[in-house]
Design a protein around this ligand. Structure first.
Ligand SMILES: [Ca+2]
Ligand SMILES: [Ca+2]
Ligand SMILES: [Ca+2]
Ligand SMILES: [Ca+2]
Length: 552
C-alpha cells in the first residue's frame, strides 16, 4: 500500500519561469524548430505541466537536491499532471505504429490496472522534416522524485507520420519509440533508482527514410500520481548538480527492456572516410548486425545476394558473413576522383531475399538502405607559374578543386600577354604554367632611302618611311622608284627582323643606272607588283642590321 501522497509532498521547486511570448530572445541555431527552447515553447505542442526554465532545483524526499541547468539559456521541463491519456490517444497523438504502442504496453502496462499502469503524463511534440540518413541529436535528463519499487518513466517518440512502418533509427535501433529514463532498474535504457537523475543524456534519431517525423517526449507516473518525475529537454546537454556538486551522466542500464521486436539490419558505421593516404582508398568498415533474422551461407563467405548503387567509381564493396547475425562491409580499390566534390550520401546497399534465412528481405528494415555515405578529402597540389624565359614567378599550394591566383605576367616588349599555358582554376593536380605571349603586329620599323649626292661622292637621305610589322618577324623594304636610279644591292639593307623596341632600320641605297630586272622573291607582294608594273629590274641583297650597325 502506497504510504505517501503527492499532495503531502512539499515540492520546493525553485524555478525561474519566463513569460511565454517573450520576444527578446536571441534565436538559437535551430531556430527553424526551436529544439533548444531558446524561443520558449514555440513550435511545440504540449500536454500536462510543461514549462520553459533557465534553471530548475528539484528537492527529493530524502533531502537530495538536484539542480538542472540548460545548455543554452533555456530548457523544457515536463512533469505529469492532469487527467490520464488513453493508449489509443497517445498512439494517435504521437503517430506511433501499432507495434510500438504494444511494445510500450509490454514494458509499462498502459491498459490494465496493475502497478505498471500509466496514470498521468506530460508530453511535447513537433513535426520535423528529415531527409534519408539525416540525423537529429537532442539531450534529455530524467529526474525521479519517487523511489523503487514505485516506477515512473519517460519516452522518446519519433514516428514516421505518413509511413509509420518505415521506422527511424533511434540510438542505433529501428524503432519509433525508445524508453529514456526510468526509476526502477531494468525498465529504462537509463535507470536512476530511487530519487535519482540520469544526468544529461543524448539521443540520436536518424531517418532511415525521408519523411516527416513527429518528435515527441513523454514523461509519466506509473501506478499512482504520487512523486512525479521530471523530464528535461534541450538541444544539447546542460549540467547537473547533486547537492551542489557536479553530477556526471549515468551509464546505460545493464539490463534494459528489450527493443521493439522488428527484423532489422543495422550498420555500425554509415559514413566511410577516405583513408589518410588521401588516395581514394577506404579502410573504414561497417559491422552489420541482423536482429530477429539470420544470414544464409557459410561464415566467412561473401554474401552474393546483395547489390550496390551509387558506389564511387574505383571502389568495390564487399560484404562477408562473419556470423549468423553479423556481416562486415569493406571496400577494395581506390576511388577516382576522390576530392571533396566526390562526397556522396546516397550509397545504397540492397540485400536480396536469398541473403536471409526467412527468405523475405522486405520484412527486414535496413535490408535496402540508402543512408550510407562516403567522405573524401581534397588533396593539396602545387601550382607553379613561370615567365616566358623560364623564371619562376609564383608557387602556390592549392586545395583540390580550388583556384590558383595567377601572378601579373611580366611585360615583354613587342609582345602582348595572351594566357597561361594550362588552366589554373578547379585544380585537379600539380601543374606548371607558363606565360604565353602573342607577338604584336604593329611594331614600328623604318625604311630610309638614300640617293647619290650631286657631287657623286656620297649620299643624301631622300625619303624615310615609317612601317609596322610583327615583332621578331622578317620584313623586306619596299623599293621606291627614282628616275635614272637603281637600288645598289651592295650597300642596301633590304631585309631585317622587326625589333621589339622599334629600332629596326632598313636602308635602300641607289646608284646611277637603269633598273634591269625584278627578283622580289614574292611577286604577289604589293611592292613587288609595283616593281613589275614599273618594269624595273633589281637584285636584292639581304642583310639584317639595325641602325647603329649601319656603316654609311
Ligand atoms: Ca536551450
Ligand atoms: Ca510517481
Ligand atoms: Ca582524396
Ligand atoms: Ca569530404
Amino acid at each position: 500500500m502506497r504510504k505517501k501522497m503527492a499532495t503531502l509532498f512539499l515540492l520546493l521547486c525553485l524555478t525561474v519561469q519566463l513569460a511565454a511570448g517573450s520576444t527578446s530572445v536571441a534565436l538559437a541555431e535551430d531556430t527553424d524548430y526551436n529544439l533548444g527552447f531558446e524561443n520558449m515553447a514555440e513550435n511545440w505542442t504540449q500536454y500536462g505541466t510543461v514549462t520553459v526554465e533557465t534553471q530548475m532545483v528539484v528537492p527529493t524526499e530524502i533531502g537530495t537536491v538536484w539542480t538542472i541547468n540548460p545548455h543554452g539559456e533555456r530548457m523544457a521541463v515536463l512533469t505529469p499532471s492532469g487527467a490520464n491519456v488513453s493508449p489509443a490517444t497517445l498512439q494517435a497523438t504521437m503517430g506511433l505504429a501499432d507495434s510500438s504502442i504494444a511494445y510500450i504496453n509490454s514494458i509499462f502496462s498502459i491498459s490494465g490496472s496493475s502497478g505498471k499502469d500509466i496514470t498521468n503524463m506530460a508530453y511535447i511534440y513537433q513535426d520535423i522534416q528529415l531527409s534519408a540518413g539525416q540525423e537529429l541529436k537532442m539531450s534529455w535528463n530524467y529526474v525521479a522524485t519517487d523511489y523503487v519499487p514505485w516506477n515512473d518513466a519517460s519516452l522518446l517518440c519519433a514516428a514516421n507520420i505518413a509511413e509509420p512502418a518505415k521506422l527511424p533509427i533511434i540510438n542505433g535501433y529501428y524503432s519509433d519509440v525508445s524508453v529514456l529514463g526510468a526509476t526502477v532498474p531494468g525498465t529504462g535504457n537509463y535507470s536512476t533508482g530511487s530519487y535519482g537523475s540520469t544526468g544529461w543524456q543524448t539521443v540520436t534519431v536518424k531517418a532511415a527514410f525521408a519523411g516527416t517525423y513527429r518528435l515527441g517526449y513523454v514523461v509519466f507516473n506509473l501506478g499512482d500520481i504520487a512523486y512525479p518525475p521530471y523530464l528535461f529537454v534541450e538541444d544539447m546537454a546542460g549540467t547537473t548538480l547533486k547537492d551542489g556538486e557536479n553530477f556526471e551522466p549515468i551509464d546505460p542500464d545493464d539490463n534494459p527492456p528489450p527493443m521493439q521486436p522488428v527484423q532489422s539490419l543495422n550498420y555500425d558505421v554509415t559514413l566511410f572516410n577516405e583513408a589518410a593516404a588521401n588516395d581514394g582508398s577506404v579502410t573504414d568498415k561497417a559491422v552489420l548486425t541482423l536482429t530477429n533474422e539470420t544470414f544464409t551461407g557459410a561464415v566467412g563467405s561473401v554474401i552474393s545476394a546483395v547489390t550496390f548503387e551509387n558506389t564511387p567509381a574505383g571502389l568495390t564493396p564487399v560484404i562477408k558473413k562473419t556470423g549468423d547475425n553479423t556481416a562486415e562491409l569493406s571496400f577494395t580499390g581506390k576511388a577516382s576522383p576522390n576530392g571533396d566534390s566526390s562526397d556522396i550520401s546516397n550509397f545504397r546497399v540492397i540485400f536480396g531475399n536469398s541473403a536471409f534465412t526467412g527468405g523475405d528481405a522486405a520484412k527486414v528494415l535496413g535490408s535496402d538502405t540508402a543512408i550510407l555515405g562516403f567522405d573524401f578529402d581534397n588533396a593539396v597540389f602545387t601550382v607553379a607559374f613561370y615567365d616566358a624565359d623560364g623564371n619562376l614567378l609564383s608557387t602556390q599550394q592549392i586545395e583540390e578543386g580550388g583556384d590558383a591566383v595567377p601572378p601579373t605576367a611580366p611585360e615583354v616588349p613587342g609582345y602582348t600577354f595572351d594566357s597561361w599555358s594550362a588552366p589554373y582554376e578547379d585544380i585537379t593536380g600539380s601543374a606548371v604554367l607558363n606565360a604565353v605571349y602573342t607577338a604584336n603586329t604593329d611594331t614600328p620599323y623604318i625604311v630610309e632611302y638614300y640617293v647619290p649626292n650631286e657631287a657623286g661622292d656620297g649620299y643624301v637621305l631622300k625619303d624615310t618611311v615609317k612601317m609596322t610589322g610583327t615583332t621578331d618577324s622578317e620584313v623586306t623594304a619596299p623599293i621606291k622608284a627614282y628616275d635614272g636610279l637603281a637600288p645598289d644591292e651592295t650597300k642596301s639593307v633590304l631585309k631585317g627582323t622587326v625589333a621589339a623596341d622599334g629600332s629596326l632600320v632598313l636602308a635602300v641605297y641607289y646608284k646611277e643606272g637603269e633598273v634591269e630586272a625584278v627578283d622580289t622573291g614574292d611577286t604577289n607582294s604589293p611592292w613587288g607588283l609595283t616593281m613589275l608594273l614599273s618594269a624595273l629590274a633589281m637584285t636584292l641583297v639581304v642583310i639584317s642590321a639595325k641602325r647603329k650597325a649601319l656603316q654609311l
